[in-house]
Design a protein around this ligand. Structure first.
Ligand code: PLP
Ligand code: COI
Length: 340
């Protein structure tokens, strides 16, 4: 099959329309059969639940071309499960998990020409999402929904690829205790827009959010979880009920332990102890692992000992092993890769 003529090595993290997307509608208590369509436009009521009260959830995942030319997705079952958790929290119907995986596979299969070639540095980003589509004016859940999956080829999330980032400790909160920080709802990202625009204006790449209740513990950024490496090579990641349970982070913790023989710890991390870590990275589907070189806390600089030049050595090993698994260069744990 002929690939599209795109400049794979230089595409950024943006939307490029592809040929087909998957759509299924929920009405009268049931999902329809679902179809692939060429129509990239969505037509809904001016009073749709998603437009008035932000009733929308999504997922983010990728398809990769492996070294031997297969096309695979990475742990889509975990995205399906997380989307179920998100749906339940926002009083939305669950799109069955097997159907979620099937919809993703169908979308990738229908857009194979857009899956970036092995070694190009780009991947096919997949965006499953669901929203309340019927008119809702009193505050209540919609009764009709649309589930869609589109695909778009993407390059690195942060410009400059693997250059260490500078981030700032944010005064804004991303999520509240007992709120929605642990699910993937559009409302969490709307909340973060003012904070990210402010951070960029001040010259920072991202925000470090702290726990809203005490402002002493590290939570996550607007679109990725944190990983820290101690000076004795232990991998530490913050534990919190108000951060998104990153699939990349869960995979990296497994890789660290089972492939690299490193000690791993998921626990509360105080802002106070960040200065003692050797390395810091942001992990997520879009971010993969993006190294952090410096964290600025109200003018006070916390410099990671790995510096601003390159990714730290342990972060690099984690990055190489995870991407090696995703690209079929290193044997994946059973069930991690789903071939299209
Ligand atoms: N945290 C937030 C707020 C995110 O938006 C994402 C991206 O999906 C992540 C963490 C990373 O999650 P995952 O590794 O499942 O992509
Ligand atoms: C992802 O990593 O898939 C996300 O959804 C994060 C988003 C900020 C692009």
């Amino acid at each position: 099959m002929e690939k599209k003529n795109l400049d794979w090595a230089n595409i950024g993290f943006g939307y490029i329309e592809t040929d087909k997307r998957y759509v299924s509608n929920y009405k009268d208590g049931a999902w329809d059969a679902g179809v692939l369509t060429e129509d990239s436009m969505v037509t809904i009521s001016e009073c749709a639940g998603v437009l008035q009260y932000a009733q929308t959830i999504f997922e983010g995942m990728k398809a990769y071309t492996t070294e031997d030319g297969r096309i695979v997705t990475f742990r889509p079952d975990l995205n399906a499960a997380r989307m179920e958790d998100s749906a339940k929290r926002l009083e939305m119907p669950v799109f069955p998990q097997e159907r979620f995986v099937d919809a993703v596979v169908q979308t990738v299969a229908a857009n194979k020409a857009y899956v970036p070639p092995f070694g190009s540095g780009a991947t096919l980003y997949l965006r499953p999402y669901m929203f309340g589509s019927n008119a809702v004016i009193g505050v209540k859940p919609a009764c009709e929904y649309q589930f869609r999956v589109f695909a778009t080829p993407v390059g690195p999330y942060f410009k400059g690829g693997v250059k260490p980032l500078t981030i700032c400790v944010s005064d804004f909160d991303r999520a509240a205790p007992n709120g929605t920080g642990h699910i993937k709802a559009g409302l969490n990202y709307a909340m973060s827009l003012h904070a990210i625009v402010s951070a960029h204006k001040n010259g920072f790449d991202e925000n470090m959010y702290l726990d809203a209740a005490t402002k002493t513990k590290v939570e996550e950024t607007g679109g990725a979880n944190f990983l820290f490496i101690t000076k004795d090579n232990k991998v530490v990641t913050p534990k919190s009920d108000s951060i998104l349970p990153s699939i990349t982070r869960r995979s990296l913790m497994y890789v660290a332990k089972e492939y690299l023989g490193l000690e791993v710890e998921e626990r509360e991390v105080s802002l106070e102890e960040v200065k003692d870590f050797a390395e810091c990275g942001l992990c997520g589907t879009a971010a993969v692992i993006s190294p952090v070189g410096k964290i600025v806390d109200h003018g006070k600089e916390i410099c990671l000992s790995s510096g601003m030049g390159d990714m730290g050595p342990v972060t690099k090993k984690l990055f190489d092993t995870l991407t090696g698994i995703q690209m079929g260069k290193i044997e994946a744990p059973k069930g991690w890769l789903v071939e299209i």
